[in-house]
Write a protein that binds this ligand. Structure first.
Ligand SMILES: [Zn+2]
Ligand SMILES: [Zn+2]
Length: 160
């Protein structure tokens, strides 16, 4: 009996200790996370404030971030193109990849050259048909469009 009692006490102590360890590790991890978040925010603020300052002592790193931002944008566009889509360069709306004009803001959009990220000339994107959405026709050029668009993506006419 004495043995059992001793063991039970040990278990209680162990449980209490486990709880304590969790509590301490939570405090520790939360503090670490807060430091990392603050450093990230600090770096982001510094980048925003100094991205056009070539004389900055971190000019090289700033240049890397700017280049990678452009590259990331191209990968994003390329990923969308696999679904027959792209981003409007002006308003960032997702539009069909064969659009000549954005159907949200009406801006003319230029075809995208992916050779920078692919190292080769890009193959023509397969344009996918609009799936189950309601279809309307442009009153100017007759292009088949998805209902709800504001501008024809073929001729740029504003649709009412
Ligand atoms: Zn747009
Ligand atoms: Zn049109």
């Amino acid at each position: 009996m004495d043995f059992l009692k001793k063991n039970m006490q040990k278990t209680e102590v162990q449980n209490e200790n486990d709880g304590k360890i969790r509590e301490v590790e939570n405090g520790w991890m939360n503090a670490k996370k807060a430091i990392e978040d603050a450093i990230f925010e600090l770096g982001k603020s510094y980048f925003e404030a100094n991205k056009d300052n070539a004389a900055s002592e971190f000019a090289e790193k700033i240049e890397t971030i700017k280049n990678k931002n452009r590259e990331e944008y191209m990968w994003h566009q390329y990923r969308l193109s696999l679904d027959g889509q792209r981003l409007c360069d002006s308003c960032n709306s997702i539009i069909t990849s064969d659009s000549a004009f954005c159907n949200r803001c009406g801006a003319a959009v230029a075809p995208i050259d992916f050779s920078d990220i692919l190292g080769t000339t890009t193959e023509k994107n397969n344009q996918s048909e609009a799936s189950s959405e309601q279809v309307i026709y442009c009153h100017n050029c007759g292009k088949k469009l998805v209902e709800g668009v504001i501008f024809c993506d073929s001729c740029g006419t504003k649709l009412e």
